[in-house]
Design a protein around this ligand. Structure first.
Ligand code: ZN
Length: 553
C-alpha cells in the first residue's frame, strides 16, 4: 500500500444468478478443486523468497526488484502461462523519471510586511522536487484553500469566492467527509493539483495537520526522502502527473503550518477543526512565499510482469480479467535499529505470493475459465501506483477488452479471517460478485471501517478505476468473534510499528498462512465468477467513477 496521499452488512441473501454459479453449490464444481490446490506452504515459501534480505527490499528500478520480477516471470512460465508483456516477453518496461531534490539548494522563505524568514529543509519543510525541470522557482502571495477540493456533483467548492490566479495555494491533506471512496478520490494529490492548475495557481504548499501527522508523520516523510520521487513517462516524453504550471511546491511541518496562519485573522487550530469536521474554509494569508525547487532528474525503467491464461470460450476469451499485485517495495533506506532493508513481507510480498497461488489454481483448471485472465505483477506502487497506472494507460491488450480488475495488497494474515472489506465494490456489479464469493466461503462483507485512511486511492485498483475499468480491492476485515482477538488493535499496532519499516519481514510474529490461503480462496472465487459470467461487469447507473471515467474505455 502506498502512502501518498483505507464493510457491508453481512451478505445474508445469496443472490442467484444465471451463471455456472447456480451449480456452484454442488460438490462437482471445478472452482472447489481449484481452491483446494491453493496451499498455505506455497504462499509462505514465495513470500519468504520475495522478502529475503538478498532482494534488498525490491525498490523500484533496483536490482532487487529486477530479480523479483524474473522470479515472478519464471513462476508464471512454469505454470504454462503465456508471456503478455512487450515483444512476446513476460515484461512490460515502464519508463520512469527519478527526481531527487537537492536539499542544499531547495529553499522556501516566507515574507510578511517586508520581513523575510527562511525556513529550514527537513526541519520546517520538505519537497519531493519537480518532475518537469531541474530548476524552478516562484514568488507569490499565499491563499489558503482548505482541502483544495472542487466537487460540483457534491455541491462542494473550496475555491468558492477565492481568487487563486497567480497565487500559491496552501491546502490540508484529505478531503471533506464524503462517502469513503469519494473522500479518498478527492484526497488524491493528482486531483488536487489538477484543480489548483485549473484555478490558475502557480505554486502548491501542503500543510501539516493532526490528521496527516497521525497517518504519516512529518519526520517519517523527511526520512523517506531517501527514496527518490518517481513519475512514469508518457508516450509524448513528458512525465505523467506533473504540473509545469506549478512552479514551486513544498510540504510544511506542523510548526511551520501554525506559523503560516499568523496575521490571517484565523488560527491553525480553527483551520484544523474545520478540516476535521469536513467544513469548507478558505481565505488569503498574510504571507507571500518564495519557493525554489532544485532537483536531479534521471530517466530509468522498471518492469511490470504480465502473464496470460487464455480463456476457453471462443467469444469471451477476447475479454480479460486483470489480477494485480505490486511487487515493489521501498528498497534500502534509512536504518532503523541497525536494519536498512525494507523487506516488505506483508507489503506486498504477501499479495505477490497469493497472486502466484491464484494463477497456479487457474492454470490447473480443465477446462480453463471462459474469459482470459492476465496476472500483472506491477512495479512502482509505493512511489505512487506507477506501474499499474502505466499498464492501465498502455495495456498490452486492448483497453476496451479489460472487463475488470481485482487487486491484492498487504494481506493482513495476522488474525482469523471472518470478513472482507470489498473496496470499490459498491460502485459496480462487482458488489454482487463479492457477495456471492463471501456467502460461499462463509465470510461476511463489511464497510470501510477507516475512511480517513483513504485506502481506495492507495493501491493499484485506483489506476484501473481511472481508466473506466470496474475494480475490486478485497482486503481482510477486522471482525472477530473471539473477544480475546482484537484485529483492529492488531492492525493499528502493525501500522504504527511495521508499516513501511524494515521490520515488515518474515520474522514478525503472527503470520498465519492458513488465513492467507483463505483470503486467496476469496480472491480466486471473485475472479472465477467474473471469468465465467457471460455478462461483463458494469458500473452502477449514475456512479461517480463510471460517469467520470467509463468513456476512457
Ligand atoms: Zn506500501
Amino acid at each position: 500500500m502506498h502512502r501518498n496521499h483505507a464493510r457491508f452488512v453481512c451478505a445474508a441473501a445469496f443472490l442467484a444468478i444465471a451463471t455456472p454459479l447456480a451449480s456452484a453449490q454442488s460438490s462437482g464444481d471445478p472452482a472447489d478443486a481449484a481452491m483446494h490446490s491453493i496451499r498455505p506452504e506455497a504462499i509462505r515459501a514465495d513470500m519468504s523468497f520475495l522478502s529475503d534480505d538478498l532482494l534488498e527490499g525490491r525498490g523500484t528500478a533496483t536490482r532487487g526488484h529486477q530479480i523479483a520480477a524474473k522470479f515472478m516471470a519464471a513462476e508464471f512460465e512454469s505454470m504454462g502461462l503465456s508471456p503478455a508483456g512487450d515483444n512476446a516477453t513476460f515484461f512490460q518496461s515502464v519508463p520512469l523519471r527519478s527526481i531527487r531534490p537537492d536539499e542544499a539548494r531547495t529553499t522556501l522563505a516566507l515574507t510578511r510586511n517586508g520581513k523575510t524568514e527562511k525556513l529550514v529543509f527537513r526541519r520546517d519543510f520538505i519537497s519531493g522536487g519537480d518532475a518537469s525541470r531541474p530548476d524552478t522557482s516562484v514568488d507569490a502571495p499565499i491563499v489558503y484553500v482548505g482541502f483544495g477540493v472542487t466537487a460540483p456533483e457534491l455541491h462542494y467548492d473550496d475555491y468558492k469566492g477565492i481568487d487563486a490566479k497567480g497565487k500559491i495555494v496552501a491546502m490540508v491533506f484529505s478531503a471533506p467527509n464524503f462517502e469513503s471512496s469519494l473522500k479518498a478520490h478527492y484526497s488524491s494529490f493528482e486531483v488536487k493539483a489538477t484543480n489548483a492548475v485549473e484555478h490558475g495557481a502557480v505554486g502548491v504548499i501542503i500543510l501539516n495537520d493532526p490528521v496527516l501527522e497521525g497517518l504519516y508523520p512529518f519526520k517519517e516523510r523527511a526520512r523517506d526522502l531517501t527514496h527518490p520521487t518517481l513519475r512514469w513517462i508518457q508516450k509524448d516524453g513528458t512525465p505523467h502527473d506533473s504540473f509545469p504550471q506549478i512552479k514551486g511546491n513544498a510540504g510544511l511541518s506542523l510548526d511551520a503550518t501554525k506559523k503560516i496562519f499568523e496575521g490571517s485573522g484565523h488560527t491553525a487550530d480553527e483551520v484544523f477543526q474545520a478540516a476535521k469536521e469536513g467544513k469548507s474554509l478558505s481565505f488569503p494569508l498574510a504571507f507571500s512565499a518564495q519557493i525554489h525547487n532544485v532537483q536531479k532528474l534521471e530517466d530509468v525503467s522498471s518492469p511490470n510482469v504480465v502473464a496470460k491464461l487464455e480463456g476457453s470460450d471462443p467469444a469471451l476469451k477476447n475479454e480479460f480479467l486483470v489480477y494485480s499485485a505490486h511487487l515493489d517495495h521501498l528498497g534500502i533506506g534509512e536504518p532503523v535499529n541497525g536494519d536498512s532493508i525494507y523487506n516488505g513481507a506483508l507489503d506486498n510480498a504477501s499479495g505477490s505470493a497469493i497472486l502466484l497461488e491464484v494463477a497456479r489454481a487457474f492454470s490447473q483448471m480443465n477446462p480453463r475459465p471462459k474469459r482470459s485472465i492476465l496476472f500483472v505483477s506491477v512495479t512502482g506502487e509505493e512511489a505512487g501506483l506507477l506501474g499499474s497506472d502505466y499498464f492501465a494507460n498502455y495495456p498490452t491488450v486492448p483497453k476496451s477488452s479489460i472487463a475488470a480488475n481485482i487487486n491484492m495488497d498487504e494481506d493482513q494474515m495476522l488474525w482469523p479471517l471472518e470478513d472482507i472489506i470489498p473496496f470499490g465494490a459498491e460502485h459496480s456489479s462487482l458488489e454482487n460478485v463479492a457477495k456471492q464469493a463471501a456467502a460461499r466461503l462463509n465470510l461476511d462483507l463489511s464497510p470501510d471501517p477507516m475512511p480517513e485512511e483513504v485506502i481506495f486511492i492507495r493501491s493499484d485498483q485506483y489506476s484501473f478505476v481511472k481508466q473506466g475499468i470496474p475494480a475490486l480491492y478485497p482486503s481482510p476485515g477486522i471482525k472477530s468473534d473471539d473477544p480475546n482477538i482484537k484485529p483492529a488493535e492488531i492492525f493499528k499496532n502493525w501500522e504504527a510499528t511495521r508499516y513501511h519499516e524494515p521490520s515488515d519481514d518474515m520474522q514478525q510474529p503472527g503470520l498465519d498462512f492458513n488465513q492467507a490461503a483463505k483470503y486467496a480462496d476469496f480472491v480466486f472465487l471473485c475472479g472465477w465468477l467474473v471469468a465465467q459470467d457471460p455478462a461483463r461487469p458494469t458500473w452502477n447507473p449514475h456512479d461517480f467513477f463510471g460517469d467520470h471515467y467509463a468513456h476512457k474505455m
